[in-house]
Design a protein around this ligand. Sequence first.
Ligand SMILES: [Zn+2]
Length: 205
Amino acid sequence: NNCGFSGRKGDLYTSESGESLRAILSDPLTGTLMEDAMILPCGHSYGGSGIQQILRTKDCHTCSLPVSEDSIAPNLSLRLAVQAFKREEEFHVNNLSKRRRERYEQGGKGDFGDSTTATTTSTDRQKRKTNHFPFAVSDRVIIKVSTNPVIPMKKKRDQGNKRTPQRFYNREAVITAQCMNGWYVVKTLDNAESVKLQYRSLAKV
Ligand SMILES: [Zn+2]
């Protein structure tokens, strides 16, 4: 008896740890998520479709304990768990496709020079992506300290230097022209020096 008990326990452990959460939350008979979970007196649960089958055979599919129709009750906590699991799953799927879309857009529109900046979070990037032209001509702006990574010499030649020259840091300027892809020509207020900078290098005064 003792042997049988420990063997059974071992089986349970193996199957539970080996199965995915989705499998655990799914009806053992039909394999569908138990959104309408019902619990039998033996403690095993089934979804609505599995219960129909249990009521025909009148015993638990898992442990063979006899089942009568009025001994079945809804398993409310399991239903909640299934709902939570479905939300999580949807969230992950959405997140995944969003990330894929972002990567695609980034590839399509070319390198902005800071795609490798670890400090730029994906939501940050997304926010900026939606508005490449946050400024208008004659807006007053502050030239920000560049956070772009230093681009190696070879790349620099291919793409142009996207780092803001240091002498412009924290100086006030006025937008004089708007160019492609979020680039602006700005003129510093103190000595009227013109420089072409991307919108990320600028902040509204
Ligand atoms: Zn059972």
